[in-house]
Ligand binder design. Structure first.
Ligand code: CA
Length: 233
């Protein structure tokens, strides 16, 4: 599963260039030209990284950055700020609002892509890792293989993506809707009970031995991946 990058930029030519170059690196890219629209998009579904232009119609990049940082759910969202101005004062102001990195236009695209990669590596190492491991479970993204205690497990493609997504954020509870959006795709309209069916299959495939069930059902909320067996009371 690739990282999702949201580009918030009102210069169409630059947006196209960024989209092209980031997609070439395997990122899923979403572009928005207005700050207020970007805020709604982020509330709806937070990306893995946001690129914010400083001057935007609707809501400035600075204000958007401030609001993202003020909200509990998006506080840690990695942000790169773009600006046409290069003055030191602005640079400091950009970082003071909470952006993780700051790039002055015009910039070299290979360098920019490298910065995106570096920031993602720092903030979400699991997104770029080839192998995800938790407890006795190991998932290899390249060969698309899953092993438990060294034994190979056979998962269907949906179960594989579901496990991959859950293993990226151990301990975090995802609603069925979030799982549908992230594993099946945002524009797919299927019943939320489909999630339960696939979680059931994933559990069955994972729990071949006596190991603990790593998929936790949170009543009224959804599912999470737990690395450790919870302590018994
Ligand atoms: Ca602009």
């Amino acid at each position: 599963m690739s990282a999702r990058v949201l580009v918030v930029e009102d210069e169409e030519a630059l947006t196209l260039l960024l989209r092209y170059n980031l997609e070439a690196e395997g990122y899923e890219v979403d572009c928005v030209a207005r700050g207020d629209e970007a805020e709604l998009r982020i509330l709806e579904q937070a990306p893995d990284l946001a690129i914010l232009d400083w001057m935007l119609p609707g809501l400035s990049g600075i204000e958007l950055c401030r609001r993202i940082r003020a909200r509990e759910a998006t506080r840690a969202l990695p942000i790169i700020m773009l600006t046409a101005r290069g003055e030191e004062g602005d640079r400091v102001r950009g970082l003071a609002t909470g952006a993780d990195d700051y790039v002055v236009k015009p910039f070299s695209l290979p360098e920019f892509v490298a910065r995106v990669q570096a920031l993602l590596r720092r903030s979400r190492p699991s997104l770029l890792a080839t192998t995800l491991a938790a407890g006795d479970i190991e998932l290899d993204r390249e060969s698309r293989r899953v092993r438990r205690a060294g034994q190979e497990l056979h998962l269907g493609p949906t179960e594989f993506r579901l496990l991959e997504f859950l293993m990226q954020s151990p301990g975090r509870v995802f609603t069925r809707e979030q799982l549908l959006d992230n594993v099946w795709g945002r524009n797919v309209y299927i019943d939320e009970r489909t999630v339960d069916v696939h979680v059931g299959r994933l559990r069955k495939a994972l729990n071949v031995q006596d190991g603990h069930d790593p998929i936790r059902t949170v009543r009224g909320a959804g599912y999470s991946f737990e690395e450790q067996e919870p302590a018994r009371a």
